[in-house]
Design a protein around this ligand. Structure first.
Ligand SMILES: [Zn+2]
Length: 76
């Protein structure tokens, strides 16, 4: 296995897949910063899609699944 940061062979499994703490930190900083290119799809589209999916699931759920249906009132 090779370290994805410095391409050295990883000998100790401590920081797998990185060779050292340093490289693990470098990778983390890349994720937090702009080191990795973000996907082309804007985040808002993904969120909209998720919300739509959830709304669809709610609509598909049978009525009264959350609250028990009200029976006839006593005395009626
Ligand atoms: Zn490394």
């Amino acid at each position: 296995m090779k370290c994805p940061i410095c391409k050295k062979t990883v000998e100790a499994p401590t920081y797998r897949p990185f060779c050292s703490r340093h490289c693990a930190d470098v990778d983390l900083e890349r994720w937090l910063g702009d080191g990795y290119s973000l996907p082309d799809v804007p985040m808002t589209n993904l969120l909209l899609e998720q919300a739509e999916h959830q709304a669809r699931q709610k609509r598909a759920a049978p009525r009264g699944s959350c609250a028990p249906p009200r029976g006839p009132l006593p005395g009626e």
